[in-house]
Design a protein around this ligand. Structure first.
Ligand SMILES: Nc1nc2c(c(=O)[nH]1)N[C@@H](CN(C=O)c1ccc(C(=O)N[C@@H](CCC(=O)O)C(=O)O)cc1)CN2
Ligand SMILES: [Mg+2]
Length: 295
């Protein structure tokens, strides 16, 4: 059997960002509005610093305004909530994102709920969670949205396909399942207590791996020809003292069986930031009662 097709998230996200840039130019030219994204980072987590820097760079590259707020790790929760309140009221800011994880003394859910749902470009606010579940217009979490765009680009219509989502987090697993239901897939959500996970996965035409356990899903769990979307980003230590980034899927064995598969890095990861820019543009259009931007 030939190896699976590689789903290139770097190329796809680059094209998506080009489309967003042209829509931003149109919005600036026709309506004199520049979409603005505020990103808040609390603390000095090295990975978060890289993500926030990349978000700022990509925001500016697409022609939007970027507002970065870097706060020390010991920032009191109240000060963060006050900043969010001022960003909610700022008409130049159409999207607000607080980089996760936040330090332990801050209540993540309180922070998420402080963001105006109309500006919640992460799609984590209960209003957006509920709107997505009810099949209404919502701001949709970026990683699941990016995964869906890759799936549709590869498979076209998804209706009737069996999808298994492994992982039930609020950020990926649950919204991913909602998006797949919206596409008329038959969806199973598997998790740590699922019995006989390999045979559950073996039924699926679409496998979404979002467990956060390096290389857990093996090639012999995959139905031949299935499409595998690996959301995991795990840094593992190698015997030579170096580190390597791997997904939740054992890529070497899965690539022999799947029909198409996302690599790690270069699969879903780059789609997350492209979808953040997409959500900022959508939020901006909605706040100004402009026609919906379709992607
Ligand atoms: N408020 C949020 N916090 C976090 C989110 C989020 O969507 N909203 N997601 C992650 C981090 N993240 C964006 O914030 C993110 C993760 C990974 C990538 C990415 O492009 N990964 C690359 C590899 C990068 C590397 O070499 O380390 C890839 O997979 O190819 C982008 C964004 C947690 N926090
Ligand atoms: Mg906490």
């Amino acid at each position: 059997m030939t190896d699976a097709k590689l789903i290139d998230g770097t190329v796809f996200s680059g094209k998506l960002r080009e489309t967003i840039a042209s829509r931003v130019a149109e919005m600036k030219g026709k309506h004199r509005i520049t979409p603005g994204l505020a990103v808040v980072l609390v603390g000095e987590d090295p990975a978060s610093q890289v993500y926030v820097r990349t978000k700022g760079k990509r925001t500016v590259e697409t022609g939007m305004n970027s507002f970065e707020h870097k706060l020390p790790a010991d920032t009191p929760e109240d000060s963060l909530l006050l900043l969010i309140d001022s960003l909610n009221k700022d008409p130049a800011v159409h999207g607000i994102l607080v980089q996760l994880p936040v330090p332990k003394h801050i209540d993540t859910q309180k922070v998420i709920e402080a963001i105006d749902p109309a500006k919640d470009v992460d799609g984590f606010h209960p209003v957006n969670v509920g709107r997505l579940a009810a099949g209404m217009d919502a701001l949709v979490p970026c990683t699941p949205l990016g995964s869906l765009l890759l799936l549709k680009d590869n498979l076209g219509k998804l209706g009737g396909l069996d999808a298994v989502v492994i992982g039930r987090s609020n950020i990926v697993g649950k919204p991913m399942a909602q998006l797949l239901i919206r596409e008329s897939c038959t969806v199973t959500i598997a998790h740590s207590q699922t019995r006989d996970l390999p045979s559950v996965v073996r039924r699926a035409d679409i496998v979404i791996a979002a467990v956060g356990r390096p290389e857990m899903i093996k090639g012999d769990w995959i139905k031949p020809g299935a499409t595998v979307i690996d959301v995991g980003i795990n840094r593992i230590d190698l015997p030579d003292g170096k580190t390597r980034l791997v997904g939740d899927v054992d890529f070497a064995s899965a690539v022999k069986v799947a029909g198409a598969i996302t690599p790690v890095p270069g699969g879903v990861g780059p789609m997350t930031i492209a979808c953040l820019l997409r959500n900022t543009l959508v939020a901006c259009a909605r706040q100004h009662n402009l026609p919906e931007v379709e992607f």
